[in-house]
Write a protein that binds this ligand. Structure first.
Ligand code: GTP
Length: 294
């Protein structure tokens, strides 16, 4: 949810429909609610509702459609345009939505995206703006647990936010992580990351091995969302030349990386820093692990 023009459909079209950011300017206003279904792992289906933000629709969600909109909500994602000129009105609607959630889905997680952060110039100003918004949103939300994230369709922040959101919806995410850690060990890998196939959002990662802490500290803390963003862009380029993306191998002096299909709905990325390990061995391990992860 969020005001008209705050960027909800743009996010959805980039993450769930594989469109590039440059095409979002052509999107029209969303009329009422548009629904998306994304199959994650096995039977886990993400049911996403994009609620058009024009006042007439918002008023209808909060009155006649109230029970339909707010029942069985797993996560409320409220998008605020960082440069909104009507923040007081945005907050009034947000407060009303919280009330709807309290009434129908009190257990729902709440993610607040301060969006279009690319419009703020300079890292310091970005940080202070986000901090001020976070304070304002926490005050409006009272003692509810909220997570406030800065996002933009022009960088990897969008993937970080959405991976976070999706992660809260995945049951057994910890078990998956344990399996990935075992798999990483078996491959002598520094890290193993599991991505959802169409969105390329991170589903789970292996936890780093204690002995590889030195290597781990060298890894960028934006590596997951950067990978999602890069692979999505690469997949888009493949589709423009009518190619299909299947897998990727990289052998560099410092590390080897293999990205390959794990199950019907997931891809796995394995990063190895040991130069004696062949990519063919990594690929064989992936093939042998498939059944376990299916
Ligand atoms: P309604 O459907 O009316 O509720 O609006 P919406 O929230 O779905 O907005 P929409 O996604 O249609 O985006 C409106 C405009 O914002 C488009 O022109 C997008 O290109 C632009 N936009 C979306 N995200 C960003 C962003 O991160 N940064 C910038 N600068 N512009 C963005």
């Amino acid at each position: 949810m969020g005001a008209s023009g705050s960027g909800k459909t743009s996010m959805r079209s980039i993450i769930f429909s594989n469109n590039p950011a440059s095409l979002t300017a052509r999107l029209g206003a969303t009329i009422d609610v548009e629904q998306n279904h994304v199959r994650f792992l096995g039977d886990l289906i993400l049911n996403l509702w994009d609620c058009g933000g024009q006042d007439a629709f918002m008023d209808s969600y909060l009155t006649s459609q109230r029970a339909t909109i707010f029942q069985h909500v797993g996560v409320l994602i409220y998008v605020f345009d960082v440069e909104s000129r009507e923040m007081a009105k945005d907050l009034d609607y947000y407060r009303d939505c919280l009330e709807g959630l309290r009434q129908f889905s009190p257990e729902a997680a709440i993610f607040l995206l301060v969006h279009k952060m690319d419009l703020i110039r300079g890292d310091d100003l970005k940080e202070s703006t986000l901090e001020a918004k976070r304070k304002e949103l926490q005050e409006t939300s009272g003692d509810l647990a909220i997570e406030v994230l800065g996002t933009s369709i022009y960088d990897e922040s969008l993937y970080k936010a959405w991976s976070n959101i999706v992660h809260t919806l995945i049951p057994n995410a910890n078990i998956l992580s344990t399996h990935l850690s075992k798999f990483a060990q078996a491959c002598s890998a520094t890290e193993v990351i599991l991505f959802e196939r169409t969105t390329f959002l991170v589903i789970a990662t292996s936890s780093p091995e204690p002995q590889s802490e030195e290597q781990t500290s060298k890894l960028s803390n934006k590596r997951y969302e950067r990978t999602s963003e890069l692979i999505k862009a690469f997949k888009h380029s493949c589709s423009r030349v009518r190619g299909e993306f299947h897998s990727l191998e990289m052998e560099l002096a410092e590390f080897t990386a293999v990205l390959d299909e794990m199950t019907k709905n997931t891809y796995v990325l394995i990063v190895v820093h040991d130069p004696s390990i062949e990519t063919a061995a990594i690929k064989l391990n992936i093939r042998m692990a498939r059944r376990k992860f299916e």
